[in-house]
Design a protein around this ligand. Sequence first.
Ligand code: ADQ
Length: 489
Amino acid sequence: FRRLGLRGMKQRLLVVANRLPVSANRRGEDQWSLEISAGGLVSALLGVKDVDAKWIGWAGVNVPDEVGQRALTRTLAEKRCIPVFLDEEIVHQYYNGYCNNILWPLFHYLGLPQEDRLATTRNFESQFNAYKRANQMFADVVYQNYQEGDVIWCHDYHLMFMPKCLKDHDINMKVGWFLHTPFPSSEIYRTLPSRSELLRSVLCADLVGFHTYDYARHFVSACTRILGLEGTHEGVEDQGRLTRVAAFPIGIDSERFKRALELTAVKRHINELTHRFAGRKVMLGVDRLDMIKGIPQKILAFEKFLEENPDWNDKVVLLQIAVPTRTDVPEYQKLTSQVHEIVGRINGRFGTLTAVPIHHLDRSLDFHALCALYAVTDVALVTSLRDGMNLVSYEYVACQGSRKGVLILSEFAGAAQSLGAGAILVNPWNITEVADSIRHALTMSSDEREKRHRHNYPHVTTHTAQDWAETFVCELNETVAEAQLRTRH
Ligand code: ADQ
């Protein structure tokens, strides 16, 4: 039944996420151009085929005028996207404030903001109110587009208040909510002032999903400890109503990567890169420039490796591709300068007139360039301090069909649970351990690389994004059907 999935299904799926999978740029009063945006959720859902799905979300721009809003709505409709229009003030309070300044660091174990603690405490209530208002605005757009029987799939920490908004409107809506970040231990979560209200809202969903069993367990224990509810092996029970809670590890569209590697343009790019880095081993990091990705820690570990292994100095290069995000936030600006400073120092220290050990790019790469880079990489370094899953590790493995390169992977990324046996797992805070792992990876025998690859490659190519979405939606349908049966009896 599950494998029947969404194919051929008449049922419509409304995917609701903070951001639409495109960025909109205004070209004239009523002219817009669209660009696919980088990001984990986008990559995952792009891999889902044969689904009658529509996206509802914010297009990432302020459009105060009606002409512009109507034109953008029309342009987005061609991509099956429906915009939610948020003004600058609400974006500031809801998105920059509550989502990115409070929930994001908290869910990644960085705690509530430390600096300017009083200002945060003072602003907290107005930001939480803006968060609820914004969630209500997303829900309003869902009501306008909802048809009976639709499945509504809400995504991520931006929309924790949506299940309540939707069920208050119509208790019969089928509502699922999936979290792309970790759900932290209840000891961390309970510091959040709005902890109970958010949990109660999420529990209004029929199905609540996480990347790993651990995150699901943390969520259930938060409900038990904070709300005093009963956790069962199926989920959380409140006065006879069950909210199903389960793990649905995300995947990628591995075929898309494999196909890209067959293209002439990509093969040419691979040849150019191979030529460019001839005689050196290539190490690669691809991350959004975010504190959770552990980029400074990774570069410091690489420095330690160079320090302790002078014979490798001009035989290895680290390519770090970091796409800037949240560039208007001072902490992110600080992180960018910190990374630049460390890279500059290391290149000054270990570079020669003809080569530097680190190439750092602050930008996004197009898909084909990314595939070519993955293909020529001997060692990928994923050193997130915390990460819901981490799709870069999956993408790297998918492009290693012939090279069988080594993945060094943080034990604090959700991916460690699925790719742990094939990767070298590290504690990213332990720079010595990461430096040792770099040496191990660079000198690994082909037998060992082959063995590790044999573990990870089948996993990445069979647990795809499409499976993930199909499993979630089928489970949601089943959960609702079972609940209806229970109420009838
Ligand atoms: P992200 O934090 O965005 O996603 P990740 O899972 O690594 O992290 O996905 C990033 C995506 O963006 C990948 O598809 C990657 O190829 C792309 N990308 C990153 N840097 C890029 C660059 N410089 N150029 C081009 N493309 C780039 C969130 C969670 C993750 C979770 C995903 C999916 O934080 O933990 O795995 O959602 O649920």
